[in-house]
Design a protein around this ligand. Structure first.
Ligand code: NIG
Ligand code: FE
Length: 414
């Protein structure tokens, strides 16, 4: 749309859900402004307040949108996705519905390795095309920042191909902001079955330094579990990544508690994700270290698992993030809204906890609290407007809900 876009605009709504924690109180945890408005200039929010406050202050306004019966939200932040996959694993899904286990299918050469094979056959351009379309669908649903992991290459060439596709798409204009993560230890390729240590060594000593040096990732990730990688395998790689300036996010406790949450806390990781199996003690350590818990309810629901210990997380003071985990194996969805609905319905999060978990808490876990996740001054003008009277209507598991307006950096997303 380019130059046709207005540069100064006022958007007003019946309820403006700011998610601004500096203004929130225990009675008003989302800091909602009734009859609220934002003034957007050059892609940045310059003022948030009541209709009167904003109308009086705003000048040189080129466009006004008034939604008196709607809810305005900050652009959502999806802090855990594998959105750069190609192909489909629907055969495995049907096998699992017939009773086969996710771990058993992986052991037999399916699962992550099946997605690796699809990445091998795809060009960087093909991966970029699929990713772009996926990210654009997410953005049309109001998701304006997305973390995207690699992890389906499983060797240097494949991981770089994914990460370069991610970098290529993230430079485009009509996509969400993208945070790239090198998922360095995801699955052991079958050809390394007898050479496990050599694989971990190669990741640590060769592929990671090259990928970090090329600036292809902001975070590193590892899948720590009984049938995945062990703490001692991952630790040197994670420390090396930190020395290279990458932050750490970890897949932890999805099937078994092998101490991954403790390692996350020890490394002051930005997040420990999944956490269906985690001890109260480890949660205390995470709270102390400032490591967020990224909850992935669509994945645990797809796998037929019990929810993580949310009440213990709450009591320990662990920050809870809600993310889609969009991937072709455990979380076949692109919808962060579905994850929010399931976090409330299945995990017992309050609507406010779920909405904070997909906005400000998610942004904090990605180190983006100054840019994204709240409707407040100096942040990017990323927002969405919904034809509902109250934000509680947004956490119900309805199907397709159409926003009335989505802005990314002040640009209208059509
Ligand atoms: O977040 N379990 C590890 N990683 C992903 C699934 C990846 C896949 O099955 O393709 C997850 O659940
Ligand atoms: Fe994941």
């Amino acid at each position: 749309m380019g130059n046709e876009q207005p540069t100064s605009m006022v958007i007003s709504a019946g309820r403006v859900v700011t998610c601004d924690l500096t203004r929130a109180t225990s009675a008003d945890p989302l800091h909602v402004i009734e009859n609220g408005a934002v003034w957007v200039k050059d892609g940045i929010i310059v003022l948030v307040g009541t209709w009167e406050q904003v109308y009086q202050a705003a000048h040189g306004v080129e466009a006004r949108w008034h939604f008196p019966k709607s809810v305005m939200m900050p652009g959502l932040v999806d802090a855990h996705t594998h959105a750069a996959w190609v192909g489909s694993r629907h055969h495995e899904y049907v096998l699992r519905m017939r009773g086969e286990g996710y771990e058993a299918i992986a052991k037999a050469g399916g699962g992550i390795v099946a997605s690796r094979n699809a990445i091998r056959e795809a060009s960087q351009e093909q991966i970029a095309d699929v990713l772009r379309q996926r990210l654009q669908r997410m953005m049309r649903a109001g998701v304006t920042t997305v973390e995207v992991k690699s992890g389906y290459g499983l060797d240097e060439e494949g991981e770089r191909k994914q990460l370069e596709a991610i970098a290529f798409v993230s430079k485009e204009r009509d996509v969400p902001d993208v945070v790239p993560t090198y998922l360095a230890l995801h699955a052991l390729p079958p050809e390394y079955r007898e050479r496990r240590a050599a694989y971990v060594d190669e990741v640590t000593e060769s592929w990671l330094p090259a990928i970090a040096k090329a600036g292809l990732a902001r975070y590193v990730d590892a899948y720590l579990d009984r049938n995945a990688f062990q703490l001692d395998e991952a630790r040197p790689m994670l420390e090396k990544a930190q020395q290279a300036g990458l932050g750490v996010r970890l897949h932890v406790g999805q099937f078994a508690d092998i101490g991954g949450a403790e390692l996350a806390a020890e490394l002051h990781a930005s997040s420990a994700d999944h956490l269906e199996n985690v001890s109260g003690e480890a949660l205390g350590k995470m709270a102390k270290a400032g490591t967020a818990a990224v909850l992935l309810p669509v994945a645990s629901w797809t796998l037929g698992q019990n929810p993580p210990p949310v009440a213990q997380m709450r009591n320990a003071g662990v920050k809870m993030v809600v993310a889609s985990d969009a991937n072709p194996g455990t979380s076949p969805t692109e919808s962060l809204w579905l994850a929010i609905a399931m976090a409330v319905r299945g995990y017992g999060l309050s609507p406010e906890e779920a909405l904070l978990g997909a906005t400000v808490h998610a942004a904090q876990s990605l180190g983006l609290e100054q840019q994204a996740g709240t409707l407040s001054e100096h942040r990017a003008a990323d927002l969405s407007v919904w034809p509902v009277e109250h934000e509680w209507a947004l956490v119900q598991p309805w199907g397709l809900r159409e926003p009335q307006l989505v802005l990314k950096n002040g640009n209208v997303i059509g």
